[in-house]
Design a protein around this ligand. Structure first.
Ligand SMILES: [Zn+2]
Length: 342
């Protein structure tokens, strides 16, 4: 080998080392990690994501639900094809939004993640809407601090000894001015965020309870960007969405179906004009296996956004870069573990 050849190789090697270093640096700036049911991954590995779907929901109530209500293998048989279907469409991650006492099953999610190759994210937290039907009795008598202690324990030590860790906080309030129980649950979420850096996804609806929750977060010193205003499509006034987004909150239009296409497209275009496309999230709120119904009942798949919404957005002038923003960058930003404090 000639000297000059060696020099060239050495330069290439040095260049490669510099390149790897820069890549590592950009990854580390790229903002930490997200937590899947199979453990922590770099936020950049989250990829194309559906941020609000369900694999199983059990509506029987906190007093009667339990893992005995479904057979995990039967659920896997039913649900797996729907996950493989979206994996083929390029999705890498699905966020499973079923909270505890409504059918959250970490082991089942692990099975489905391993079989499908799709990254799944689960949650800690409680669902206080529907007159406390889905709350365990301790949630009624304990303080926000005591409830938060349980959720923080799941975030630090895993859920029920399964080795599965939650990747976000899921709560729910009634779609009206907040009553005491919902204020307490929102407070517990704020305390948990401050201890864990997990984002808060709150089943909310219209603007009044959304802004009230932002106020509660503020009282705990938590920034609006720690909050995903879930089911925001139930608020008709886009200006309210823009106002919350300008404060930093995430605005989730998460109930997409074919008959909603015009509204979702109008919303995206409105927010783009306001320079707020980087605060919105789209999903189907689709699924799910229903324990107690024959073969889990009717399952709604997760493909309509890809088949209908994205082509329509593109037709209306939303760029490919904007689509990446909506389905890759925004979920990555929303779900990465990070303290968002005032
Ligand atoms: Zn949902």
């Amino acid at each position: 080998m000639s000297l000059s050849c060696r020099k060239i190789i050495s330069r290439i090697r040095n260049g490669a080392i510099v390149l790897i270093f820069l890549l590592l640096l950009s990854c580390s700036n790229d903002n930490g990690t997200v937590i899947t049911v199979n453990g922590e991954i770099p936020a950049g590995a989250m990829g194309k994501t559906l941020h609000h779907e369900h694999l199983l929901v059990d509506f029987i109530g906190a007093d009667s639900t339990g893992y005995n209500r479904w057979n995990k293998d039967s659920v896997v048989n039913k649900v797996l094809p729907y996950l493989i279907e979206i994996k083929k469409l390029g999705y890498k991650t699905l966020v499973e939004c079923t909270p505890a006492y409504l059918g959250r099953d970490p082991q089942l999610m692990k099975m489905l993640s391993e079989e499908s190759g799709l990254q799944l994210i689960t949650n800690t937290g409680y669902y206080s809407a529907v007159e406390s039907k889905y709350l365990p009795p301790h949630a009624l008598r304990e303080t926000a601090e005591e409830i938060a202690e349980r959720w923080i324990d799941e975030a630090r030590n895993g859920i029920e000894g399964t080795g599965v860790f939650p990747g976000f906080i899921k709560i729910s309030v009634e779609n009206k001015p907040l009553e005491q129980i919902h204020r307490k649950i929102a407070g517990a979420a704020a305390i948990t965020h401050k201890a864990t850096g997990l984002v808060i996804m709150s089943h909310t609806g219209t603007a009044t309870p959304a802004f009230q929750q932002l106020e509660i977060l503020k009282n705990y010193g938590v920034h609006p960007s720690a909050f995903i205003w879930t089911h925001a499509q139930n608020e008709t006034d886009f200006e309210k969405h823009a106002e919350a987004a300008m404060r930093g909150a995430w605005i989730a239009f998460d109930g997409f179906s074919a008959d909603q296409i015009d509204r979702y497209v109008d919303f995206a275009i409105y927010m783009k004009k306001q320079g707020l496309l980087n605060r919105i999230l789209f999903s189907h709120d689709g699924g799910w296996y229903r324990p107690g119904e024959p073969n889990g009942g009717n399952f709604r798949g997760f493909t309509e956004i890809e088949e209908l919404l994205i082509p329509e957005l593109r037709k209306k002038g939303v760029s490919q870069q904007d689509i990446l923003q909506l389905f890759v960058m925004n979920p990555k930003d929303a779900f990465q573990v990070r303290y968002r404090l005032l």
